[in-house]
Design a protein around this ligand. Structure first.
Ligand code: NDP
Length: 450
């Protein structure tokens, strides 16, 4: 069955692809299985060189990859270029990590115990549509660095950059069969990868609902699983914060990528004493977000990924919001930047909207901020704005989330671990921590008795 890939900014088809089914999935797993012994045996320095070569090829093809990503996801081109820059950085980082991820020697009676880090085998990588190349690289980099072979399944809405990345891996000299990219439905290809007895691990990013299915399906073969799921993160603004700076940054912590971001700080918690003033500043800053043609270098927000996703996002906004921005006329799955004053019990504050809708919620004091911030089933990300360093650290330590920033929006860096608490998932991507999820620890005892 053919898959038509659409540009969400124009609603026009941009590619027709053949969909893989169960048979093609089994064939890809068999290719990856066959390639595994030779790939795990590649000397660390050589494996590092190959990953470095992928990074360089990504750099050399940044413009093409960014355009593919922008047209397929509807991302502003400037943001897409930054994301492809990160893909290159990820491959550089894991090229450097290949020969720095070793074991230990442990003193024990009668000899010595050594630990080794062994690859898992074939790993299934299931990635979503919001940051297709980026999230694929977060899994590919450490999986390959550890000596695994992979089957990568991009989301059907946005498969184009993953296909191109697969080609660049081959061009870099990574042997055939090590990286296999399969386009097909999650419920078919994804499900088969989850159940396949020859797949050792599933690394999944997507909805908490499908994350549950991954865990259930993996139980049959005791597969390793890492899950990076949804979020409902808080942007906490204390009365002693630099309010102008916090308000100028806040729109980009939720409307970047049109809000289709698991780290979106979609609950803006504001101390009651500065609530009205901050809300005025936030409305002004949101009014300034430039929404429009993703191909325009100055555009800051594009459309949503699909018509059905736009319907879902719209269902969260009841009545007249506090602020609603403008969107272009004509085709495209546009949805305006929207601010809603809410209570933390409202649906818009409890569920992941995954669109440009922020819920603004007042709080009384530090304890109240922590209580509201943690009053969610999710625990991925968040920001804390205050000039009091001790408070920043107290609140950060008390917040049930995997990735936090103080007086800043960003939560994703190549060098630092990324992942969630609670129903935002488990396991860590990026940084040296990710390597733990793609290797097993083996302990070998060597007797020194004569
Ligand atoms: P999904 O979780 O459905 O999709 C993520 C990936 O999982 C895609 O590659 C998808 O394939 C695949 N998949 C879907 N069903 C299965 C299955 N039964 N077995 C194995 N793999 C499967 O997310 P949606 O695209 O439907 O988005 C829904 C909501 O999820 C969003 O509105 C958002 O709230 C959240 N989300 C969170 C993301 C994050 O970064 N944490 C990313 C994306 C979504 P395919 O789509 O090709 O069928």
């Amino acid at each position: 069955m053919t898959l038509t890939v659409v540009n969400p900014a124009t609603e026009e088809p941009i590619a027709e692809l053949e969909r893989a089914g169960v048979d093609e999935t089994d064939e890809a797993v068999a290719r990856a299985r066959e390639a595994f012994p030779a790939w795990r045996a590649v000397a660390p320095g050589d494996r590092a060189r190959l990953l470095r070569r992928v990074a360089t090829l990504v750099e050399e093809n940044t413009d093409e990859l960014a355009r593919i990503e922008s047209r397929n996801v509807g991302k502003p081109i400037s943001g897409a270029r930054g994301e492809i820059g990160m893909v290159a950085q990820v491959f550089h980082f894991y090229a450097g990590a290949v020969d720095k991820h070793g074991g230990e020697t442990i003193p024990v009676a009668g000899g010595v115990a050594a630990t080794f880090r062994e690859p898992l085998g074939v790993v299934g990588l299931i990635v979503p549509w919001n940051f297709p190349a980026n999230i694929a690289s977060w899994k590919l980099g450490p999986a390959l660095a550890c000596g695994n072979t992979v089957v990568l399944k991009p989301a059907e809405l946005t498969p184009l950059s993953a296909l191109r990345l697969g080609e660049l891996c081959l061009e870099a000299g990574i042997p055939e069969g090590v990286v296999n990219v399969l386009v097909g439905k999650g419920s078919v290809v994804g499900q088969r990868l989850i159940e396949h007895p020859e797949v050792a691990k599933i690394a999944f990013t997507g909805s908490t609902e499908v994350g549950r299915l991954v865990m259930q399906g993996a139980a049959g073969t005791i597969k390793r699983v890492t899950l990076e799921l949804g979020g409902k993160s808080a942007n906490v603004i204390f009365e002693d914060a630099d309010l102008e700076k916090a308000a100028a940054a806040a729109p980009y912590s939720v409307f970047d990528n049109a809000g289709q971001d698991c780290c979106a700080r979609s609950r803006v918690l504001v101390q009651r004493s500065v609530y009205d003033r901050f809300l005025d500043l936030l409305v002004e800053a949101t009014r300034g977000v430039k929404v429009g043609d993703p191909a325009d270098e100055s555009t800051e927000m594009g459309p949503l990924v699909s018509a059905s996703h736009r319907e879902t996002v719209a269902s969260f906004v009841e009545g007249e919001p506090t602020f609603r921005g403008d969107v272009p006329d004509g085709p495209g799955y546009w949805y305006p930047c929207t601010l809603v004053e809410a209570s933390n019990d409202d649906r818009v504050a409890r569920e992941e909207v995954f669109g440009p809708v922020a819920a603004v919620i007042p709080f009384d004091d530090e304890a109240d901020a922590i209580r509201i911030s943690n009053d969610t089933p999710y625990g991925l990300s968040g920001s804390i704005w205050t000039r009091d360093g001790a408070r920043a650290l107290r609140v950060a330590r008390a917040t049930d989330a995997g990735v936090l920033s103080v007086n800043a929006n960003t939560s994703v860096r190549v060098q630092t671990p990324f992942g969630g608490f609670k129903q935002s998932g488990f396991g860590r991507e990026l940084g040296m921590h990710a390597l733990e999820g793609y290797s097993e620890v083996k302990s070998v005892f060597i007797s020194t008795e004569g």
